[in-house]
Design a protein around this ligand. Sequence first.
Ligand code: KG4
Ligand code: ZN
Length: 336
Amino acid sequence: MKILGIETSCDDTSVALFDSEQGVAENLVSSQIDLHDHFGGVVPELASRAHLVNLLPLVDMLLARQELELGDLDGVAVTNGPGLIGALLVGLSTAKALAVAGELPLVGVHHIEGHILANALTAPMKLPATVLVVSGGHTEVIHMPEVGCYERLGGTLDDAAGEAFDKTAKLLGLPYPGGPHIDRLARQGNPDRFRFPRPLQKDPRIVFSFSGLKTAVRLAIEALPRPLVEQDVADVCHGVQEAIVDSLCQRLFQAAEQQGTPAVYLAGGVSANGRLRRRVADEASRRGLHFVPPEPVYCTDNAAMIAYAGWCHLSAGRRDGLDLDSFPRGPVSTWR
Ligand code: KG4
Ligand code: ZN
């Protein structure tokens, strides 16, 4: 089966082809980072317009590179939520038009299910598993007994982990999105210089809170001599990253222990973070749990994960009609 995937939930326009015989045949991503950088965050209206301009040319490019016609495909999978509603509508309307034109089945995919199943593009997933979803808009822990079954165990009470990276990067004058810059700069940071708060550590629930971090970082930066020197920035990056990674690891392994799952996974943009991947790998091996970090290209937003998730739905006999709607928020739901 050849499934076309479309992802436009935020600021990346992406199309991909998942072929059940050969895996990901194509994964094209047109980033809008330069467009939004000037504003320090994603401007929804600009994102929608950029998707409108870029999406169909990307689909054309994909078909041309693969020497395929629309009718050679076996389905169209599209992210229909959660995300920026205007951005989602561009992807969804395009997917419907392609499905009608090619007489192809259409399937809507929850963005977070896409991120979770991206792990299967790296190596076959060992299930049941406990999955930590960490992206720009989500921080939650999910129990996954099988593909299509997702039970939310808990999540953040305020900001998402990616938001915490991006907000503190902004305070340091680093470009958007800040996560990759903090990841890189933290490597040169002094581990003993800054210790930022780890709230809720004694709370028995699977909860996170990152909103206080921004204030603590702001106060620390304000106390530094101007102009900021490279070492000061690196030291703050190190402190922030350690605080975020500590909270994430604590709850992931607490949840895995409660559920008794033999495997843990990371999903979403923040799972590209080098320190998080290493810490989870070390702790998983110490506890004898299975863990394979997702390939970095499948951590941040991409359509390969959507095409693959679409293939899982379609091969289980699930498809959507042309009345498929989009939604701005909502938990990943069980469909199996
Ligand atoms: O999953 P994603 O691409 O988009 C959403 O669905 O939100 O995640 C984007 C988030 C951003 O906050 C970005 O700063 C963060 O992932 N991110 C990282 C790294 N790469 C991306 N955070 C920390 N370290 C990284 N290497
Ligand atoms: Zn995402």
